[in-house]
Design a protein around this ligand. Structure first.
Ligand SMILES: [Zn+2]
Length: 512
């Protein structure tokens, strides 16, 4: 067997003014073609690497076409999407007679300028090219699964993890299922339920939230049953402004076991729905209250976490609400914080290390934040390139753009970055000599993914209510395309009974 492979993985935030283009992929993540995809992934643990390695073990040849990934950001420009789509389709078309199956690694919550469902569009285009040959797709747990995304592939896999510490295993599973089922593809069907809920992510992390843990454990059990290929939970990331937004359940099953699969799919959806009030109950503190509680606690470090400015959800990472409070803290405590501000970074890079500088930082992109003045001693400068060493995106090289560290009070450091700082892995601090484990206060911006790395450091965490593009209260998100009248939590009286929609042989069979 010979399998065509492509990846286009970008989580976007519709409300961000920072557009993602080819240059962004190249500078911040990767944009690879052909054999360089294989060589790059020798030292990386993501789904692409898992797929390639497993295919090698199974004796399946991989034909790599295109692979692109970057830290979550604003919408992809139309021209960038067209170019990447064209590369993928052309690559598949040229080798079509010599390819037996196809694998696409995608996110599921990517938005392109003027296109609400690019992943659905890409899957449809690939399907038109490959005809009835098998297509396996893997998606992020936070993917917004649309009907088009369920209609076109034969097998769909999600991470079923949050934090996403099993990216590599998801690629492995994709390869294994493709190999196992590729001669039964015409007999497989997909079952899909879209839930009328758009809830925050803070209480969706799997290990420490019982309703989520039970859902994923149930998926694992269901997947062991005869005739069930995959069972997946998708807790949507709420900051994409598209009409078809909501969490979903997707099952892939053999048609001989359809009745059982439908019952499982409906039950998983119903159980997810029952968890909605639990998911909604996020506790946050004002910056003043969070700092007060952190200073009063005997624990170090305390993670002061601003989820509304979460770069992992495509937010702009330029809130300074916490910095404003910390700038007044007396006496100083060992602290690290990070903020995106290209102009302030440029000013630092035109100064000398050890020099006193006065800067205006923050609020450059975030419509609800205002810049603030801060002065201090410039302690270090960096090109901002580092490698993820934690369990998520392990081995991938990324860049926060040029960066600088300002000591704004004795022992209190502000990292300033050109690109929004991705705080799920403390390497962005460590690469500039800032060690979270030696601090009293550590500023991060992450709903749940930070746990993958930070849980290895004993800590206390407080959610801080700052302004930003990934706020937890979804009723305050300025959607323009989403009809919220029938969605929880916008309408608390909404009723729901799960009725799985079945797709078979690239078509919708019984849409209710
Ligand atoms: Zn995700």
């Amino acid at each position: 067997m010979r399998v065509g492979l492509s990846a286009l993985i970008l989580e976007t935030n519709s409300f961000s003014p920072q557009k993602s283009d080819l240059r962004y992929f190249k500078e911040n993540g990767f944009l690879l073609a052909g054999d360089e995809i294989v060589s790059y992934h020798h030292h990386v643990r993501n789904e692409v690497a898992g797929f390639i390695d497993t295919c090698a073990t199974l004796g399946v040849e991989v034909y790599p076409v295109c692979a692109a990934w970057a830290v979550p950001h604003g919408p992809l420009t139309r021209i960038t999407y067209r170019k990447i789509k064209h590369t993928i389709l052309t690559g598949f078309i040229e080798e079509l007679p010599r390819l037996d199956a196809f694998y696409l690694a995608l996110h599921g919550s990517m938005v392109v300028e003027g296109l609400d469902d690019p992943e659905g569009d890409l899957m449809a285009a690939v399907r038109r090219v490959i005809g009835t040959k098998p297509l396996v797709v893997s998606l992020d747990f936070h993917g917004n699964i649309t009907k088009a995304m369920v209609r076109h592939p034969d097998i769909i896999i999600g991470y079923n993890s949050y934090p996403h510490n099993n990216m590599y295993e998801t690629g492995e599973k994709s390869a294994r299922l493709l190999s196992q089922y590729w001669d039964q593809i015409p007999q497989l069907c997909r079952l899909y339920v879209k839930l009328p809920m758009v809830t925050p992510l803070e209480r969706m992390t799997i290990d420490d939230n019982p309703p989520m843990r039970r859902l994923i454990e149930r998926c694992d059990e269901i997947e062991k049953e005869t005739g069930i290929v995959s069972a997946n939970v998708f807790g949507v990331q709420p900051w994409i402004d598209v009409p078809e937004l909501g969490s979903s359940i997707v099952l892939v099953a053999h048609r001989d076991h359809l009745e059982k699969a439908q019952a499982y799919c409906a039950k998983l959806a119903q159980d997810f729905w029952k968890a909605r009030h639990y998911l909604q109950a996020v506790v946050q503190y004002s910056p003043e209250e969070a700092v007060k509680q952190a200073l009063a606690s005997g624990i170090a470090p305390v993670l002061l976490n601003e989820p509304a400015d979460n770069v992992g959800s495509g937010a702009t990472g330029d809130s300074v609400s916490l910095l404003r409070v910390l700038a007044d803290v007396e006496p100083s405590v060992p602290t690290i914080l990070t903020v995106c501000d290209p102009k302030a970074v440029d000013r630092c890079h035109r100064s000398k290390v050890g020099q006193s500088v006065e800067l205006v930082v923050g609020g450059q992109y975030n419509p609800w934040e205002t810049p603030m003045r801060i002065s201090g001693v410039l302690r270090s400068l960096s090109d901002g390139v580092y490698r993820f060493r934690g369990p998520v995106q392990t081995g991938v090289t990324t860049s926060m753009g040029r960066a600088a560290v300002l000591e704004f009070k004795p022992g209190m450091y502000l990292q300033i970055t050109e690109l929004p700082p991705y705080t799920i892995d403390p390497e962005h601090y460590r690469c500039m000599g800032l060690m979270p484990e030696r601090m009293k206060l550590v500023g991060i911006k992450s709903q749940g993914s930070y746990k993958a790395s930070y849980n290895s450091i004993p800590h206390m965490m407080l959610f801080v209510d700052s302004p930003g593009l990934s706020r937890s209260d979804t009723t305050k998100v300025p959607y323009t395309k989403l009809d919220t009248s029938h969605l929880y939590p916008f309408n608390l009286k909404v009723r729901f009974r799960a009725r799985p929609i079945m797709f078979m042989k690239n078509s919708e069979v019984n849409h209710e």
